[in-house]
Design a protein. Structure first.
Length: 235
């Protein structure tokens, strides 16, 4: 990982999934936020499934990727439903899938079920050369349960493990990211989401081991990054 003191604004932008998941967002707000994503050239927009087609069209001929969520935000759909949702999302243009695990099954110790679900969705996503991020929703899990999720995801070779949906009592925590980094191999990246609102937040999670951040505060973070970069260049 690059020294966080020397991260540029553009490098920071390419670690951001600009989050457009609030249930009350209007079509006009989706257009507005896609324009923000295009302007600052983030890595991806993370959008509601019903917005995938629209966002694909809004962001065509740009570098911004389309990410969507599956089983969001509670993870309680059946495996068959999640698979259908995943396939449809990719048909509509999503190239990254953020899957919420069945949280209650994990807390119940039904790890065979959790593993079977992640395996089915990961295979479907990788078959289409897309990216799978697995959301644990750490707010509801013990450290031991987080470690078990990491072990399953490591065995199944997912692309990312993700801290949270942003719709639980708490979002990303630095200690959780450190724990996930410790128990996943280097090739599995970590996405932190929920409560990342400032450049200092971003840099703290980067230093803890996260290389992708889900946030609605993209403009604020990148404006702060630009100011920091200008100050550094003047010194």
């Amino acid at each position: 990982m690059k020294n966080l003191m020397y991260l540029t604004k553009s490098e920071i932008a390419k670690m951001i999934d600009h989050s457009l998941l609030r249930p009350e967002m209007t079509d006009d707000e989706i257009v507005q936020e896609c324009n923000v994503a295009k302007e600052v050239n983030v890595k991806a927009v993370c959008v509601r499934p019903l917005d995938v087609k629209k966002c694909r069209e809004l962001l065509k001929n740009t570098e911004v990727l389309i990410c969507t969520v599956v089983g969001f935000p509670h993870g309680n759909s059946t495996i068959e439903t999640k698979l259908y949702e995943t396939e449809m999302a990719m048909d509509h243009g999503a190239v990254e899938i953020d899957l919420v695990i069945p949280i209650g099954k994990a807390r119940s110790g039904h790890w065979d079920y959790v593993k079977a679900e992640i395996k089915v969705i990961t295979e479907a996503v990788h078959k289409r050369n897309a990216i799978i991020k697995v959301i644990f929703e750490n707010a509801y899990l013990t450290d031991e349960e987080i470690i078990k999720c990491c072990e399953i995801c490591s065995e199944l070779k997912v692309d990312f493990v993700k801290t949270s949906t942003g719709y639980a009592p708490t979002g990303a925590k630095l200690d959780d990211v450190r724990l996930m980094r410790k128990h996943c191999p280097p090739e599995i990246e970590i996405k932190a989401a929920g409560g990342i609102r400032t450049l200092n937040d971003f840099l703290a999670f980067y230093e803890a081991g996260s290389t992708r951040m889900g946030t609605r505060s993209t403009k604020t973070i990148l404006e702060e990054a630009e100011k920091r970069e200008k100050t550094r260049n003047l010194s």
